[in-house]
Design a binder for this molecule. Sequence first.
Ligand code: ADP
Ligand code: MG
Length: 197
Amino acid sequence: MFIEPDLGRKARTGWIEVISGCMFSGKTEELIRRLKRAHIARQKVEIFKPAMDTRYHEADVVSHNANSIRSTPIYSPQEMFLWTGDCDVVGIDEAQFLDESIVEVSVKLANSGKRIIIAGLDMDYEGKPFGCMPALMAVAEFVTKVHAVCAICGSIASYSYRLIPGKEKILLGETESYEARCRRCFNLGPKAVKGVS
Ligand code: ADP
Ligand code: MG
């Protein structure tokens, strides 16, 4: 489990934490866990998510197990400067949907003494690095990779397998559109059969 490096005091220096993994791996759950603990420690917390991600709720960040926290939907990473003036901790969910300027904005916010916690998919449905996430991992002090359970064989899963056809990189959807798979079952693709592979 990740132990917050400096919970309980106003930070003298800022830093960046990244929580990454496939769909259903518990990224949002872990993000909410860290943000709620910072809130309990009386730190001022602001949470953002891309405005396009409206799967569960317009404003809240919601995990697959229905845990939730109030957030501000943003269209562009620069909008975060408007809301974070006096805050100690900045949380961002579904960061893979934000443009590359999220890297520069996160670095600036961390340089100004804030703790930045970013959750996002490390890979797209083809198993390729997703947008800004590799660069965010590079500039982060802490990177946590979380894992799901393979929907086919029960192994540790790192891939988001798309169940319905389509070539577009972004397809908002849930259990009907994607499932978590281990490396082997992901590579087997449609040939992977529950209980057989
Ligand atoms: P993420 O943000 O990474 O998509 P969430 O934090 O929203 O993940 O949800 C994690 C929760 O999803 C788990 O605690 C569990 O209740 C549920 N879940 C559904 N399918 C799976 C799976 N295949 N492996 C692990 N957890 C799953
Ligand atoms: Mg999530």
